[in-house]
Design a protein around this ligand. Structure first.
Ligand SMILES: [Zn+2]
Length: 338
């Protein structure tokens, strides 16, 4: 495996050490963002799709399925384990991922070639790329009123909005699909029902138990390229899950417990890994992992908060002390990258 250097927020070092006492890094996958040749592909005639369990001859392998969806971050890391049919099936499923990311997706596309407009029903909120005074940025407007609170010095704004409706368990299935593209072949062989859950929405009740324990944190730095990590249990405590998967893109890290055979109900008593950020960074912030439940198969509208800071302070993602924040009456917000 290639060697990587990781940085960890200062206040999370003990936590990371405790985690790495139980789990070791089994895989780090950093897809190239330009040169495709760095990422080898097997010949089509040797390919087998792990999701529908068909080989070349029974299905086609003409497309370039991304391991980490390009919806999350531009990259050229392609999978050898996914056929054209499955790729187009997952492409549809990603609509739920788009709506789950909501406004964040538009905001973190800032600086990329094409910024997607974000628009909720009845135009309650619209975020789109515009140029203002020769600076390109994102303008957020509403046809009613933006729900914004701001700190007294007006450096810090928190916007609350409703996402478009999405199906949480589909977001979970997409996260598992990304992980499965890199899981050890033994795991794939022994978890056929899991692949059927991801590809055919079968065995829902069983796997939804795990979907309750997805963890999210905001990164104190913004990543130029996405990556994923797989951790495996070191074997000191076999009541812990066998594998943990984490996915990094832009300013987000998502973590998932890879499903395993449950004898009793799932009890999550381990705090998952605080962010391990590739490269050398001086990170003061104390990053908190937030548990999100992606088990529902009903269309859901979520109230989300986005925070904007207009000073370049090293930010702390601890729960902000909002008692000094006041509701502000503004018609639009303009965010540009410095
Ligand atoms: Zn397939």
């Amino acid at each position: 495996m290639k060697k990587y250097t990781f940085s960890v927020p200062k206040n999370n070092i003990d936590h990371v050490n405790n985690f790495l006492y139980e789990f070791k890094v089994a895989d780090v996958c950093v897809p190239p963002i330009q040169n495709e040749k760095q990422f080898p592909r097997t010949q089509k005639k040797n390919r087998h799709c792990i999701f529908c369990n068909k080989s070349y001859g029974e299905t086609n392998f003409n497309s370039n399925p991304h391991i980490i969806s390009k919806l999350l971050s531009l990259n050229h890391g392609y999978s050898n384990l996914e056929c054209d049919d499955c790729n187009s099936y997952f492409g549809n499923l990603e609509n739920d991922l788009t709506d789950f990311l909501g406004l964040e997706r538009t905001l973190f596309m800032l600086g990329e070639r094409k910024v997607k407009t974000f628009q909720t029903s009845q135009d309650a909120i619209i975020a789109k790329s515009i140029d203002r005074n020769n600076q390109s940025g994102i303008e957020i407007t509403s046809n009613t009123k933006l729900e914004v609170i701001a700190s007294e010095d007006k450096n810090d704004f928190i916007l609350t909005y409703d996402t478009r409706p999405y199906i949480p368990v589909n977001v979970y299935r997409i996260l598992l699909k990304i992980a499965l593209s890199r899981m050890p072949s033994d795991y794939i062989k022994h978890n056929r029902p899991l692949l059927e859950f991801v590809r055919y929405n079968k065995h829902n009740d069983y796997y939804k138990q795990f979907a309750k324990y997805v963890f999210k944190c905001s990164l104190p730095v913004e990543l130029r390229r996405p990556y994923l990590m797989i951790f495996s249990n070191q074997g000191k405590d076999d009541t812990l899950p066998e594998f943990i998967f984490s996915l990094y893109f832009k300013k987000t890290c998502l973590q998932v417990i890879m499903p395993y055979v449950l004898e009793k109900g799932l009890k999550v008593n381990i705090p998952l890994c605080p962010p391990m950020i590739i490269g050398v960074h001086e990170i003061e912030a104390n990053v908190v992992l937030e548990n999100i439940n992606l088990s529902s198969s009903e269309k859901t509208v979520e109230k989300k908060k986005v925070r904007f800071q207009f000073n370049n302070k090293n930010t702390d993602s601890k729960k902000e002390d909002t008692k000094f924040y006041k509701s502000v009456d503004i018609g639009s917000l303009f965010i540009n990258r410095v």
